[in-house]
Design a protein around this ligand. Structure first.
Ligand code: FE
Ligand code: FE
Length: 178
């Protein structure tokens, strides 16, 4: 990862790796799967838009209109694909943890939740609101931490005019039925 990421992204990656390991210890998941998924979750993040789109073409990954307009949304799909094709990951759960790390999905596995949450709370993150509270919650109630992160992500995107991936809303509705 050090070779394919810039310094800032690599520091984030290492942060997600050990935060995911700690969450796995706390919640009874495989620590090594958590570390591998954490290490690889942003493996495509530093590729140019063009290279990400060409990986999609090469492996027949469909690209939505939203993703075409915002190719940075693609890095999870492309990352999961490269984890399999380039980095030799075979475990479906690890690949799915990479695939769903930005939006979540309904019925997430424990590992998927761990990576989603670790991505948000790793020690290098400083900007997000309510971080202190969410960090504490992550080690007590993973689902509640997920809900808080999804809510804060959606309200941040609304406030900043960023485009919302409808999957993020679907995930929140699943974990927090009205
Ligand atoms: Fe990411
Ligand atoms: Fe990340």
């Amino acid at each position: 990862m050090e070779k394919v990421q810039d310094r800032k992204r690599f520091e984030h990656t290492v942060g997600v790796e050990y935060t995911a390991a700690a969450l796995a210890m706390c919640h009874g998941a495989s620590v090594s799967d958590a570390r591998i998924a954490g290490l690889l979750h942003d493996c495509a993040k530093c590729l140019s838009d063009r290279r990400q789109l060409s990986v999609c073409e090469k492996y027949g990954i469909s690209v939505s209109g939203l993703e075409k307009r915002n190719p940075f949304l693609l890095h999870a799909k492309v990352g999961a694909c490269l984890a399999r094709e380039k980095y030799g990951v075979e475990k479906e759960d690890v690949l799915n943890a990479i695939l769903y790390h930005t939006t979540g999905r309904e019925e997430m596995s424990l590992l998927e939740k761990i990576i989603f949450v670790a991505d948000y709370i790793e020690p290098g993150r400083k900007k997000a609101s309510n971080l202190e509270e969410i960090r504490k919650l992550a080690f007590q109630d993973l689902d509640q931490a997920m809900i808080r992160i999804l809510e804060d992500t959606l309200s941040y995107l609304e406030g900043s005019g960023g485009e919302v991936d409808p999957m993020t809303e679907t995930t929140l509705r699943y974990y927090k039925p009205q």
